[in-house]
Design a protein around this ligand. Sequence first.
Ligand SMILES: [Zn+2]
Length: 118
Amino acid sequence: MGSKYKRSLKNYCKWCGKPTIMEEMLLSDTPILEFMEEKIDKHGRDRIWGEDGDWSSEDLDSDFEAELLVYDEMLNTISKKVVCISCLKSDDDLWKKYYRGDDDGYSDDTEIRFDADF
Ligand SMILES: [Zn+2]
């Protein structure tokens, strides 16, 4: 009974552990974590992720700095893994929320917008 469904749920999501029918994809080791992004916002996103963001020169508390280091490294470590559709969806939402500004559809990377304020 129900073996048909069980068989199709052969993979497990690397991020939340739920069974999923998704296949392996190239993804970072961690989804975007909202609580981390909130902390980054609190400390000033530009100062941390900005082009001259240099954490060591900022006075971040060392716990947060350590967290950031791990988070950054995991986000930048891409490998093949299975992630379920609901994780992908929420990761996508968080990505848009924190890294793409307004969710006005996909104006992709070919369009470079300069907010000239200098
Ligand atoms: Zn998942």
